[in-house]
Design a binder for this molecule. Sequence first.
Ligand SMILES: OCc1cccc(Br)n1
Length: 455
Amino acid sequence: TQTTAAAVASQERKSGASKARESKGLIDLNPPKGTRDFPPDEARLRQWLFGEFEAVSRLFGFQLFDAPVLESEELYVRKSGEEISDQLFNFEDKGGRRVALRPELTPSLARLVLKQGKQLSLPAKWYTIGQCWRYERMTRGRRREHYQWNMDIIGVAGVEAEAELLAAITMFLERLGLSAEDVAIKVSSRKVLQAVMQRYGIPDDMFGQVCVLVDKIEKLPMEKVEEEFGALGVPAEAAQGIIGATTISSLAELEAFLGAGHEAVADLKRLFELAEATGYGDYLVLDTSISRGLAYYTSTVFEGRDRKGELRAIFGGGRYDKLLGTFGGEQQPCAGFGFGDAVIVELLRDKGLLPEIPHQVDDVVVVMDEQLRPQANRIAHKLRQSGRVVDLVLESKKMKWVFKHVERCHAARLILVAPDEWAKGTVRVKDLAQRSEEDVSVLTEMRAAKLFICK
Ligand SMILES: OCc1cccc(Br)n1
């Protein structure tokens, strides 16, 4: 039961229609707060988007994995001030177990990799698309769920892994009609922050918290950031040194800051070289202001942003060489990314690149006399076996309805099973594109071949 204030707030947020239904004791037709329905039109767009995720993952030879949307809460308790941990959609199940709807997919991947142990041949290249959750006070009206495409490479220590992941991302963007003119991929290394922390003698065990706080610099007023550094016990001078290190935007500057032989410089130089050679170098921008909001990244981090800077991050990722170790498994070098299903659609819409994806079938089969229903079913079945997408009209309908239906289905052909034609062993086939029609024999498979067109 909600407190009175919460109930009143919730009632105020409901639309008039929802209130009206609620007052009649009817169920609310809207999905739970912060979640989305996918009726057919939206589901077709999502299916298209996921099809592109799948196609690119396939082209890169990655293997699909999956895990439950419900995980043990302990996978996500990291005490590093991460938004993802602060907003866990967690609860106690009826068995008294602390569980959570997964806020991200990487911990599940880590759990599965460790569970496979020595059975897993390395390097492993795994991908998945899964719904992820957060419980955020609806103060900001943000979504509580989204779908994320993840690709991860386990067992490769060099930035060749990050280069492969970025190649997949940029191939995906190009397939959708986007280019480096639309999207920038900001790249940095947390080894920069590590170097600064060492310079100021900040203990290593604060690395995750400091990185998560640096990620908030762009999102919070500077005084709030400085206050949070203070709360972490980071001296003001060190905080200024960390904040100062987030303004580097070229390899030359980075080299001057860290020194020529520093591993972060070598890593990023190699990454930019591979990106250029592969053909997506124009997307990359060195920018030490990015840190990402996940504590477990250890060096390379990257995020995709629209060049206009109007939208939230399109995707994000990086290297997380210590995560498996923190789960009590054998340490393995890992790199991966998460790519959400929401911001990319906003960007495609802004660019006029959202595809029209109508409901479409090849054939609509209609029986004109219920006596011929068995024959019509057989015709539809044979057509489907030959690969045709068939909408079989299941009740007697007037032709006016049939023609409207054929339009709704964007059908290529209308096949009428009617007594006169059937008596001659034929069915009437209307080719809706050619606006022609003919009676096609169904008496023998061969002569009926024209009807059972194989795709
Ligand atoms: O990317 C943060 C996040 C995690 C889970 C659900 C949603 Br919506 N957003």
